[in-house]
Design a protein around this ligand. Sequence first.
Ligand SMILES: [Cu+2]
Length: 256
Amino acid sequence: MTQWFAQKVLCLPELASKSGAEVDNLMVYVHWLMFALFIGWIIYFFYALYRFRRARNPKADYVGVRGHFSNYLELAVAGIEALLLIGIAVPVWARRVEQMPLPDQSTVIQVVAQQYAWNARYPGHDGYFGRQDMEFVSDTNVFGVDPGDPRGKDDIQTLNDVHCVVNKPVIIYLSSKDVIHSLRILPMRVCQDAIPGLRIPVWFTPTKTGRYQINCAQLCGPGHSEMSGGFLIVESQADYDKWIASQSSTPSSSFE
Ligand SMILES: [Cu+2]
């Protein structure tokens, strides 16, 4: 029922992540409550028009409502709202923040946003990112990779293509080169600001292979809309390994 409501009534975008259903459910519950309140207010509006019509009430009643029904109703609405917030929204958020997947069981990617594209970086065959430092950051080295560190030699850097493996958690360490951007991948139900000087982890577990558009959710300049040229490519482990092999300049054997 909630899935049907989410897709047919609210027209939410395709869902392709494991924990995204929790976000959708919360949106559905909030809309159900709003729908009930809307119907309730409409009924009350017409009741008031009828009950307090001039023909029956030629003189105003200065005391007003004497019963406590409206108080109980307001309490009940506040109770349901508190339940949505404390019982559902806060636990969903707590799980997002506190239950980070383990890096060695995830696809770990660094993403640096810039005007107007997404840079992505992968650890390559050895599984390690090379050393990074602010002193190396330049226009051509947005990740500040230390050119002297051998572990960084096989690192892979892409522009606008973010590859990951289906049914395996993805951890993105997000930052920005210039202004505030925001990484939004709707089918994964994630949206996180990219802030210069901060490295913010974002995680999700994709459940369907495919190509999903990445949007920038902060108006970051005149070319803001160009940032929708980024794509998250969710593929099988075999396809991902093939892609890594095709990108990495250093074969894995040199590390064995
Ligand atoms: Cu942007």
